[in-house]
Write a protein that binds this ligand. Structure first.
Ligand SMILES: *[C@@H]1O[C@H](CO)[C@@H](O)[C@H](O)[C@H]1NC(C)=O
Length: 197
């Protein structure tokens, strides 16, 4: 990291500490913190610390999770990261699961997880840009559609984080399975930074 970037990070951290720890902070200090923050937002990628967007903790309701199909007792609402069950499609490659986010978000990636012997081999991710119902694929930085590695029989239950580079702005995210294990199963979470309206 360059010394300028390090210096900015320290200024930002100090700014936040001051604002958070002292409610009676001087107006000048508040202004300083805001200026630093605004500068940070102008950088190419402000979402440096993506957060989980509500599948695991249940903030996103069941009706926001839709799928192309599901096996018996494996509905899309079970596809929550670290949940007790999982989603399983009724059919093979091309099956998808989609989550409508609570608001337009800078999406930094997805976390996927199987359960026991259930997992998916490979998948692509598509998304709907803000105010659009069009689906666009997540790409590599060189522009080709990115293929993600869903897991293996030995570590299926371990969450895998898949970063998007570049990040995408979206209000819905869809995982499209391209190769299925004989027993497909998926739990997931979307990570990113909500875009202030
Ligand atoms: C783009 O990058 C990916 C990953 O590095 C690589 O597999 C793929 O072949 C590249 N595509 C092109 C068209 O260069």
């Amino acid at each position: 990291m360059s010394s300028i970037a390090a210096c900015l990070l320290i200024m930002l951290a100090v700014g936040f500490l001051v604002v958070e720890n002292d409610a009676s902070v001087l107006p000048e200090l508040k202004t300083d913190a805001l200026v630093t923050k605004d500068f940070n937002l102008q950088k190419k990628d402000p979402c440096d610390s993506p957060e989980k967007l509500g599948l695991e903790d249940g903030d996103i309701p069941d009706e926001n999770i839709q799928a192309s199909s599901n096996a018996r007792n494996r509905p899309p609402s079970k596809a929550r990261l670290n949940g007790p069950s999982f989603w399983s499609p009724a059919s093979g490659p091309g099956a998808w699961i989609e989550v409508s986010l609570l608001q337009s978000t800078e999406v930094a990636g997805v976390i996927t997880q199987g359960k026991a012997v259930f997992f998916v081999n490979t998948f692509k991710v598509s998304y709907k840009p803000p105010s659009s119902s069009r689906l666009v694929y997540v790409t590599e930085s060189n522009g080709s559609i990115k293929l993600f590695d869903g897991g293996d029989p030995y570590t299926a239950s371990t969450p895998r984080t898949h970063d998007f580079d570049p990040h995408v702005n979206a209000h819905a995210v869809r995982i499209v399975i391209t190769a299925v294990h004989v027993m497909p199963g998926l739990r997931f979470e979307v990570i990113g930074c909500p875009i202030d309206a």
